[in-house]
Each structure stands twice: as structure tokens, then as C-alpha cells.
Ligand binder design. Structure first.
Ligand code: NAP
Length: 709
């Protein structure tokens, strides 16, 4: 049943879903949907999170992952097992070598870069790759909810929409068991494969049969005695079957392994450089552009580059074990050719395995102590989750999803939201669809497509009422926000490095209203030796502008109120870029002067001043493309007009005399006797720096004039 967004289906406890989830949280109401919700947070959606941050951090994204962290095939993290691709095919390098999320950046952050180079390998272990994924994921904690299982995705019409322009995502919090309802304009499904366990009533119902995806820790838990005499079966002829067989032979010296393979024997993966070209971005695009018959033919031809095939080094290792057994006179590996394991029956502690001969020979039944299915995975949309959406998704004659080159599933025209799949359309994209090689490119394609389809000019960057800060304190007038940034332009620039160490610098900034996007740009400069410089190289940044603030005493007001603090501040989020050209830096220096002293005839830099060239050698410029502006103006909005006038007068009260004394003390100058010291120190006295601005300048030596600026 399709649902109109206004009538949200019941949530936990039978209450309307919009009530069951906190109403003020983003994405919990159809009027405030996420730009993108990702289902699953494995490598595919991790790559997408990176692309989203690097290409347009202003978009609202959320990723839902049912596990407590990123887990990449934990059941197959066998010691020594290596990746089947180069470390350069990480989540991002092929798209953006300068990204902070490359495998090399990870090695550097972990202090292992030199060691990794020293071991001279191209393919990291799977254990190290899992650690890399976790390291990347740690940087995206703000956009992912772990232990959150998506239980339903359904199309809905947003407020006032004639079409089904939103997706309603229902998730279950694994800790509390509660259901929550979220809304998104786009959903990207990257939930991975389902272990292939055979038909119901044949293999899959026998719970003691272990699939390779859960080999660890299930197998060692079921067979804790490594010296036991066992007959164990392994089904399949792919990489998993070979690695598991080798693992058992290495760790269970008295076990015999029956390997059931569908063909003559194990075969080597064809990864010669010519066929490997199928994973080039261009060639993958060409595959997609081909007609259906051509794609089907190529898929069959290229099957042994990935499925039912084993890395040649792993085959060698396995054969060495069997040869050593021959020398000892105790062979332990029995390969059953042309075998199809058709059915398994549990009988007491033993398994009875029915094996069909694929060449037409007689079927047979064998007894085993345990069985591991290394039978691969299927990739289909789970009907329990996507049942309502499925009728709107278009499929070809053989039932395969029809997708655009950007992985968007083609749909009935009533459905205008975006539903994207990663790893569910191999017939369209070829063998690379479920693999890692193409992730950097694919994530960009998906994200660009999503960006291109989002409503233009939507006020994404201004904070919405109902979020923090509370709506009545959120200033929505862009001019008023900018005037705080321009008048109080000595800002706090905040960056976090990859280990979540926060670096902060206080600098004056120039607001450039007419550059960049809707919200303009900021430019400024830093000392070249400031460690934060590196964190402004093509990275997200947060900047805080502090406007006026003051204590508001109840004594000031007519109404009987508790004391409070009024303030104006502006939070900026954006993307930083460094520069060091003279012209760009001159724009920063001139801008700072003009912003501070706009009056005609005020001090201006002379472009030929030689001291500027010396200064340029010591500084680096940066600009920030503003994606999000939040003005927090807490200005007694809850009071009546009379009290607001009193509060405003109190904030504007001329405290210059006290401030003068405070500043004089900070400068270690002798206070004057005619001004009260607000700090009330033992040598309380007056201030020598009061009066007009020009008088203030008089205490500063001429030669230090530029340091004052
Ligand atoms: P796979 O390559 O799909 O191989 C499964 C094999 O099991 C298929 O050849 C299949 O034959 C056979 N099979 C299925 N049901 C059977 C049955 N009832 N009886 C006998 N044989 C049966 O699966 P995988 O080895 O798990 O590999 C999956 C992916 O993971 C691959 O991309 C692989 O490269 C990757 N992987 C990587 C690593 C690593 O990086 N070190 C380790 C493991 C896996 P049919 O197709 O004819 O049914």
C-alpha cells in the first residue's frame, strides 16, 4: 500500500510514527527530509559518504548500519588472507588522490607507512583493510547510526506533492527495539549479499551447517578441540572454499576435509592484466552501454575473474599442504569432482550429506561431522524490506532491475524520489558491480546524480526552527547574519585532524558576499607554521563569529525574570582551500583594512610596500566556501517590547571606561587615577588608553603600527 506522507503508518506502541520519533529531529518529518539515506555502511556507502563530504558537505546525509560498527565480511578475516586488489584501489584514491581518506593517509596516520613500503606488498591483508575501513568510518560518526536496522522502505508523497517524491525509511534501534520513521528524497541501498544456502527444506534449515560468511567465530566455537579426529565438508570452488579448506588443514591436523566442487577441480582466478582492464572506469562504462546480449556474453566469459575461482598463490599453498600430507603418508584432502551438494539432514550429532553427480553418475550420501557452505551470495532486494517499493521498480524480461548509468533504479513515473542500488545490478554493470575497484567512481556518479536532482535554491544552509539552537533564537535574515560576521570578524577557525584532535586558530576574516554560492565566501590568512594550515587544504571547516554578548540583570527589567545572558553568534560550515599567490593574499590584506576602516581616506596598504613581500613569505591564505550559516541571536525574544528595549540598552551600555582599564592592565600599562578599575585590584586606578581611537594609537610605537593592524 502506498502511503501519503501526512498519514504516517503506526510506529512503536501503535502511536503515529511521527509521534513515536522525536518530532524536532531532522528527517523525522516529511517536510524536512534528508537529501540522502544510505542503507548499510560497508565499503560502498563509506565511499559515498566520502564523496558527499568532499563534493558538497552541505547536503544532509544519514547512513543506517545494523552492526555496531563497520564490519567487512568478519567471518572471513582469516589470518594471513590478503585482498585481491591493490591498496591503491581504496575507497577514494582513483577519484581524488588528495583525499584525506586514502589507504596511504591511513597508513601515515597509523605510523606504518614506511613499514608498509618496506614489506613490499601490493595487496594488504583483509585484516588491515578492515582496520582501514574502520578508521575511515570513525571520521563519519556524525552521519551514521549504528545498530540501526532498516526494516522497511516505502514510497510516499511529501506535503503538497502530486508524485511519490519521498522515501519513508523505517528503522529498528537494536538496543531499545524501538522503531523510528525517517524520510529522504533519495535512498542508496548498499546492504550487501545474502549467503546462498540452498532451497528451504534442503540445506538452509540445518542450523549447524555454517556459511562461509559466518565461518569466524562459528566454526572454532563448534569445533573447539583442534586435535579431534573429524570428517568435515566444504562446499564450493571459490576463494572462500579454498581459504577455509587451507585454514582447517592448518589448524585441525587430524581432520579430513571433503571438498565438494561443481567442476573438475579448483581453478585459478584469471586476473591477467588484459582481462583486468574490465575494471577501468571507461571499460565499465562501455560494458553498461552495450546491448543486453553482449553484456550477458561478456559476463559469462569473465566469470572466472571473480566467481568460482581461486587466487593462484592460495592454490599453491593448498597444494603444498596436500603434498606434505602425501610425504607423511596421511592424505587429508579429498576433492569430490562434479559434485552438487543437494541436501543435508541432521542425524544426532552427525550430518548426512546428499551429493548429486553433475555428470549424471549415481548420487551418494556421506556422513560428516560438520559442513561449511562456501557457496557464495545472492543479491536480491529483500521483499520484507522493499515489498512496497518493488512494484514501482522497473525490471527487464528476466526480472533484473533496470538502472541508469548512475545506479538509479528506473521506476514507474508516479515515483520521483531516487532509489539507487550498489551491488544489485551485475547484469547492467558487469562483474565489477559487487567488487571494490569501481567504488571511487561510482560514489561520485551517484552523488552527482543526487545533487543534480535536488530542488534548486532550497534553503539548505540556514538552520531550521526546531533544531538546536531553538527556532526562536535562529536568525534567518542573511543580511543581519552577515553584518555580525563583518563587524565582529575576529573569528574562531576550528578543524579536526584524522585522529579527532581539534585545532583552533583565532583570526580576522574578510566576508566576500558576492563570491562563491548563495552564502558567499570567507578569506583570511594564517602563519605558515601553524599546524592547522594542513587541515585547511581542501577540507571541511567550522568557523565561529562572536558578536556582542552581555549579562542581563533582572534589576534592569520591569518583568520579574531570572538573570540570563544575551548574545549574537554565527556558526559557519564550509569547505576550505589554501592559496599563497601575492594577488590573492593582497585581497585578504586589503579586505581586512577596508572592512575595519570603510571610511574614504582611511589607511590603505600600498601595493609596492616591500614589507608586504616579507610578510607573504610567512603566511598562507585560505578561503572558505560557505555551505551552512547558523545565526544564533539570543536577544530576550520572550520579553515584551519595553523590556526588550531595556535589554538592548543594557547590552549597548557604554562600558568603555571599564573596558579601557581592563585593556590597560592587559597591556601592563600604568592605570590613570580618574577611572575606576572594574577588576578592583590593589592598585586600582585609571586608564591611560581612553579617549578617541587616534589617542589610543598614540601609545603604540610608530614602527609597530602594522602589528596593531
Ligand atoms: P563464489 O566465488 O560465488 O563461489 C561459490 C561457488 O560455490 C560457485 O562456484 C558455486 O557454483 C558453488 N556452489 C554453490 N552452491 C553449490 C552446491 N550446492 N554444491 C556445490 N557447489 C556449489 O563465492 P566465494 O568464494 O564466497 O566468493 C565470493 C566473493 O568474495 C568473490 O568476489 C571472491 O573473490 C570474494 N572473496 C575474497 C576473498 C579475499 O579477498 N581474500 C576471500 C573470499 C572471498 P555455481 O555458481 O555453479 O552454483
Amino acid at each position: 500500500m502506498l502511503t501519503k506522507a501526512g498519514a504516517v503508518p503506526p510506529g512503536a506502541n501503535g502511536r503515529p510514527a511521527a509521534e513515536a520519533a522525536p518530532a524536532a529531529r531532522r528527517g523525522t518529518h516529511p517536510a524536512d527530509p534528508y537529501d540522502l539515506i544510505g542503507v548499510g555502511f560497508g565499503p560502498s556507502n563509506l565511499a559515498l559518504a566520502i564523496a558527499a563530504e568532499e563534493l558538497d558537505p552541505g547536503r544532509s546525509c544519514l547512513f543506517l548500519e545494523r552492526n555496531p560498527g563497520v564490519r567487512w565480511h568478519p567471518g572471513m578475516l582469516l589470518e594471513g588472507a590478503r585482498m585481491q586488489i591493490s591498496y591503491l584501489k581504496d575507497l577514494v584514491s582513483l577519484r581524488n588522490l588528495a583525499s584525506p581518506y586514502t589507504f596511504l593517509s591511513y597508513l601515515k596516520a597509523k605510523g606504518r607507512l614506511e613499514k608498509f613500503i618496506n614489506i613490499g606488498v601490493n595487496r594488504p591483508t583483509r585484516l588491515e583493510y578492515q582496520d582501514y575501513l574502520s578508521w575511515v568510518a570513525d571520521h563519519f560518526g556524525h552521519v551514521v547510526r549504528y545498530e540501526s536496522e532498516v526494516v522497511a522502505v516505502a514510497p510516499v508523497a511529501g506535503p503538497g506533492s502530486e508524485t511519490l517524491d519521498l522515501l519513508h525509511v523505517r528503522m529498528r534501534d537494536a538496543r531499545s527495539g524501538e522503531l523510528h520513521d525517517l524520510y529522504a528524497r533519495n535512498v542508496v541501498h548498499a546492504g550487501g549479499g545474502t549467503p546462498r544456502r540452498g532451497a528451504p527444506g534442503r540445506i538452509c534449515d540445518v542450523s549447524s551447517v555454517i556459511h562461509s560468511g559466518g565461518f569466524l567465530p562459528a566454526f572454532p566455537e563448534r569445533f573447539p578441540d583442534h586435535d579431534a579426529v573429524l570428517d568435515l565438508g566444504v562446499v564450493g570452488d571459490g576463494q572462500s572454499a579454498a581459504e577455509i579448506t587451507a585454514h582447517i588443514l592448518n589448524h585441525y591436523p587430524n581432520a579430513r576435509v571433503h571438498l565438494f566442487v561443481p567442476g573438475y577441480a579448483l581453478r585459478a582466478t584469471d586476473n591477467n592484466p588484459f582481462v583486468n582492464e574490465q575494471f577501468y572506469q571507461h571499460n565499465a562504462g562501455e560494458f553498461y552501454a552495450g546491448e543486453a546480449r553482449r553484456r550477458a556474453m561478456l559476463r559469462t566469459e569473465l566469470r572466472n575473474t571473480n566467481y568460482g575461482a581461486v587466487e593462484v598463490s592460495c592454490l599453491g599453498e593448498l597444494y603444498d599442504i596436500t603434498y606434505a600430507d602425501e610425504i607423511r603418508g596421511a592424505p587429508r584432502l579429498v576433492v569430490h569432482r562434479a559434485s552438487d551438494v543437494a541436501r543435508v539432514v541432521e542425524d544426532g550429532g552427525q550430518l548426512s550429506v546428499e551429493v548429486r553427480d553433475r555428470t549424471g553418475g549415481p548420487d551418494r550420501t556421506m556422513a560428516c561431522d560438520g559442513l561449511v557452505l562456501a557457496t557464495g551470495y545472492t543479491r536480491e532486494l529483500n521483499p520484507a524490506v522493499f515489498g512496497e517499493l518493488s512494484p514501482l521498480l522497473r525490471r527487464d524480461d528476466s526480472g533484473e532491475l533496470l538502472v541508469s548509468a548512475d545506479c538509479r533504479v528506473r521506476t514507474d513515473e508516479r515515483f520521483t524520489a531516487g532509489f539507487y542500488v550498489q551491488g544489485y545490478a551485475e547484469p547492467a554493470f558487469g562483474i565489477g558491480d559487487t567488487l571494490l575497484s569501481l567504488l571511487p567512481f561510482r560514489s561520485q556518479q551517484i552523488f552527482d546524480d543526487i545533487r543534480g536532482r535536488l530542488p534548486a535554491g532550497r534553503p539548505a544552509a540556514l538552520a531550521e526552527p526546531g533544531l538546536y539552537p531553538p527556532g526562536h533564537y535562529v536568525e534567518k535574515d542573511l543580511d543581519r547574519i552577515r553584518s555580525v560576521m563583518e563587524r565582529f570578524n575576529f573569528a574562531t577557525v576550528i578543524s579536526a585532524d584524522r585522529d579527532a584532535r581539534v585545532l583552533v586558530t583565532h583570526v580576522p576574516l574578510v566576508v566576500e558576499r558576492d563570491r562563491g554560492g548563495e552564502h558567499g565566501m570567507l578569506i583570511g590568512h594564517l602563519d605558515r607554521s601553524n599546524p592547522q594550515v594542513e587541515l585547511l587544504r581542501d577540507r571541511p571547516v567550522t568557523i565561529v563569529f562572536h558578536g556582542p554578548n552581555s549579562y542581563l540583570s533582572p534589576e534592569v527589567l520591569k518583568a520579574d525574570k531570572l538573570p540570563t545572558w544575551n548574545s549574537m553568534s554565527v556558526h559557519v560550515r564550509g569547505h576550505a582551500r589554501l592559496f599563497s599567490g601575492r594577488d590573492e593574499l593582497m585581497r585578504v590584506f586589503n579586505g581586512l583594512c577596508e572592512q575595519a576602516e570603510p571610511e574614504p581616506g582611511s589607511y590603505r596598504l600600498r601595493p609596492d610596500d616591500e614589507r608586504i613581500d616579507q610578510l607573504i613569505g610567512h603566511v598562507v591564505g585560505f578561503e572558505v566556501d560557505i555551505h551552512e550559516l547558523t545565526g544564533r541571536f539570543k536577544l530576550s525574544q520572550e520579553l515584551d517590547e519595553t523590556d526588550r528595549e531595556l535589554a538592548a540598552a543594557d547590552m549597548a551600555r557604554d562600558t568603555s571606561a571599564e573596558r579601557q582599564t581592563f585593556i590597560a592592565r592587559a597591556f601592563n600599562l600604568t592605570p590613570r587615577s580618574d577611572v575606576r578599575d572594574p577588576l578592583g585590584g590593589p592598585d586600582a586606578g585609571g586608564c591611560p588608553v581612553g579617549g578617541a581611537r587616534a589617542g589610543g594609537r598614540a601609545v603604540v610605537a610608530e614602527g609597530e603600527r602594522e602589528t596593531v593592524r
